[in-house]
Write a protein that binds this ligand. Structure first.
Ligand SMILES: [Zn+2]
Ligand SMILES: [Zn+2]
Length: 171
């Protein structure tokens, strides 16, 4: 199963990102007057590196679920409620929606396991990335650069998750 994300590029190129077999794949298409031309994966990677800042690239990579089954089961466990604020779209909008976030980013070597993941509403997901909020595993809370601290109101799977040695080093 592939998860596609479209990345807008300026000029006659567009890029499609998808995960397949647990790895991130890139396809860059040229939409010049000659019509769409699919470039090789290597060319896509090279063009992405040229056209996007490393931070933008990393942000997008962190949005992708490497293991869709794990992400989906965690979202289901919390019934798509944000672990920070408890937001639930279902009563108001009639649909369930949530996102998963890796506490230590995959791009920084974070493991793709539930003990390194939280279920968030889109607002919290974005502000945590934007402010580079730090997660404190002892208090199970996010700390923002302005001093604000928000404890998880739905911490269940993290308070139960056994820590790996690599996670201990992060504390
Ligand atoms: Zn939230
Ligand atoms: Zn994230």
């Amino acid at each position: 199963m592939a998860t596609w994300n479209r990345l807008s590029l300026s000029g006659p190129l567009r890029c499609l990102l998808y995960t397949a077999g647990g790895t991130l794949q890139y396809v860059v298409e040229s939409t010049s007057s000659a019509g769409p031309t699919r470039l090789s994966a290597f060319a896509g990677w090279f063009l992405l590196a040229l056209l996007n800042s490393p931070s933008k690239h990393r942000f997008i990579a962190d949005q992708l679920d490497r293991n869709p089954w794990l992400a989906d089961s965690l979202k289901s466990y919390y019934e798509h409620r944000c672990q920070v604020c408890g937001n639930d779209f279902q009563p108001t909008y009639g649909v369930q929606y949530s996102e998963t976030h890796h506490i230590q980013y995959l791009s920084q070597g974070g493991p793709d396991i539930s003990g390194n993941m939280v279920v968030l509403c889109p607002n919290h997901h974005r502000i945590i990335h934007t402010t580079h909020a730090e997660f404190d595993r002892e208090s199970l809370s996010y700390e923002y650069p302005n001093g604000l601290q928000e404890s998880l109101i739905l911490p269940t799977h993290l308070s139960r998750a056994p820590r790996t040695d690599s996670q201990r080093e992060l504390i």
